[in-house]
Design a protein around this ligand. Sequence first.
Ligand SMILES: [Zn+2]
Ligand SMILES: [Zn+2]
Length: 201
Amino acid sequence: MCFGGEQRSGKEGLCKMTSPIVETVDLYRCCVCRARYDDEEDARKCCHCPKCGQRRERAWCHPCADKEHEAREKADFDKAKKIALGDYEGEYVNVDGLGRHFANGADEGGYLAVDALDDAWAPEDRPAYVWGVQPMPAPSFDLSEEIQRDLESEYHESVIENVISGGPEIEQAQTLIKKALARGINGFETDRTVAVLLPKR
Ligand SMILES: [Zn+2]
Ligand SMILES: [Zn+2]
């Protein structure tokens, strides 16, 4: 039915007016907060978790998020290389989300000095393992490659070859560049391929 205000005409009963003034639409309403949605599915998941169907207070569902976290931890741990704390050479570990309570001495990213592990939890709160941590890799830059890329559209291969390998300068410069790039190592990243097993106490 057309509410556009003009008589319908034509075989298919199409309205003459291209844009009607009023249209009927299906709306769905969330029974908790009464918000309206065009899509039934959107209304269903407004205040209820789409996975478990439970009422949720926030954008995420606590029980489901906990379950996902647990499953991810277990999968990563199963795959990881396990090393005893005594054999771990890093200075830091990551304890984010591990142990029954927040670890004393850990920063907000969960990074904790190995020396501080002993005092991090009460014995009953202690997790069975923590994640390894590696220094961030230095940025890389290959001078010969860059020269090659820069010159190859204009110069003959033999010219480039001469520039790069004709004398010791490029190699010397690369050594200096490498030294400068090493300064770019600042910070750590969690290495979830290494699980450091903590001794029982
Ligand atoms: Zn709602
Ligand atoms: Zn849920």
